[in-house]
Write a protein that binds this ligand. Structure first.
Ligand code: NAD
Length: 367
């Protein structure tokens, strides 16, 4: 079997700082578990603009299309705010998502027991929570035509169009069923089939795709009821699949059930490549955090958990992903905290690399 390839794009601000800790984790898996990755590194965002005058060089884009997975840190920063829209750091990220056609956005909401007190919900509602929201990312109301602000008679009207083709629903649904097969074989599809035709089609297509996955228990829920259920008892869910708009709202709400931005990973997946692996980009949800960049204060866990997602969803190494997640849990249980996770009095925060040290030590203990 060929060595799996990984393109690392640290980006700007705290991106390189948190990615340095991921590199140590990748090296650990190579040294201690014999898992070799063919790792290359390149520039994205402001860092790429500084060197190439563009936030994503064509060569980098070509590399991203070839590798088994891309791991991105974060892009952006005040230095680049003055740039023309066409070369802003975020354009590099958007180009990657668009040209790789990453139509399924995976946002886990996972609550480490040691951080359950950070949630705005009661501890027993969130402790041990581990759900995954799959949001359709490249179609729906954010892209549908007609759109715009028009004048009708003597007033203006704002229009956006929710539009989904059967094939767009089919591919994201398949992705969600595949994920459900790798997890607990339980999938809930959310739309508003009671008031939207696109929701009726969504429900029909998801149900049809479900015939190919008889082992997965499929349920349907109206998205507004789903929002209530997520707050009332989120542990009833395992994988949720939904459209772009509802997914935007539900994944943000679900993610915040679990606490700090420094803890949230994500994945964006596309169609399977020739080797059967999906096109994939993994990245923390947070941005480049210019307010703490260069100070060793960033929490590297979101980025390390993004690598855990790559192990599970690109490389079929679910056991190793679980090992890494357990190591992070063990570190948090011991009370090791970066500054963003401080709640208890008298706890001294560790630095970004201090958190990396603790995670590597916990990985050693897992052997
Ligand atoms: P942000 O996520 O960078 O920061 C928000 C707050 O959370 C800040 O106080 C920051 O210090 C804190 N924070 C974020 N990540 C953290 C971590 N790992 N550890 C500890 N604290 C952390 O969002 P913002 O301030 O709105 O944006 C800053 C820049 O990042 C902007 O240029 C924005 O465009 C960009 N951005 C990029 C991405 C991305 O690359 N995917 C996402 C969001 C924002």
């Amino acid at each position: 079997m060929t060595t799996p390839s990984l393109l690392i794009l640290p980006g700007d601000g705290i991106g390189p700082e948190v990615m340095a800790e991921v590199r140590r984790v990748i090296d650990w898996f190579g040294d201690k578990r014999g898992l070799q990755f063919d790792v290359s590194e390149d520039l994205v965002g402001g860092a790429a603009y500084d060197v190439h005058g563009t936030p994503l060089h064509d060569d980098t884009m070509a590399k991203a299309q070839e590798v088994d997975a891309v791991l991105l840190g974060a892009v952006g920063g005040p230095k680049y705010d003055v740039l023309d829209f066409s070369v802003k750091p975020e354009r590099g990220l958007l180009r990657l998502r668009k040209e790789m056609d990453l139509f399924a956005n995976l946002r886990p909401a996972q609550c480490f027991d040691a951080l359950a007190d950070f949630s705005s919900l009661k501890k027993d509602v969130v402790a041990g929570l581990d759900i995954m929201i799959v949001r359709e990312l490249t179609s729906g109301i954010y892209f549908g035509e007609p759109r715009g602000i028009f004048t009708e008679g003597n007033e203006r009207v704002g229009i956006n169009t929710q539009r989904y083709t059967e094939s767009e629903i089919d591919r994201v649904a398949r992705n969600a069923f595949e994920l459900a097969m790798k997890r607990n074989k339980k999938l809930c599809s959310m739309e508003k089939a009671n008031v939207m035709e696109s929701g009726i089609l969504w429900r029909e297509v998801v149900t049809k795709v479900g015939e190919d996955y008889p082992e997965v228990e499929l349920s349907h829920m109206y998205a507004d009821a789903g929002a209530m259920q997520l707050c009332r008892w989120p542990k009833q869910f395992d994988v949720i699949v939904t459209d772009n708009l509802f997914g935007d709202l539900l994944s943000d709400a679900a993610a915040m059930l679990t606490g700090s931005l420094g803890m949230l990973p994500s994945a964006s997946l596309g169609a399977p490549m020739a080797n059967g692996r999906p096109k994939a980009m993994y990245e923390p949800v947070h941005g480049s955090a210019p307010d703490i960049a260069g100070q060793g204060k960033a929490n590297p866990i979101a980025c390390i958990l993004s690598f855990a997602m790559a192990l599970r969803y690109s490389f079929d190494l679910g056991d190793e992903a679980a090992r890494l997640e357990a190591a992070i849990n063990a570190v948090l249980e011991k009370g090791v905290r970066t500054a963003d996770l401080l709640g208890e009095e008298g706890v001294t925060p560790v630095s970004t690399s201090g958190m990396g040290d603790a995670i590597l030590a916990a990985l050693d203990e897992s052997l």
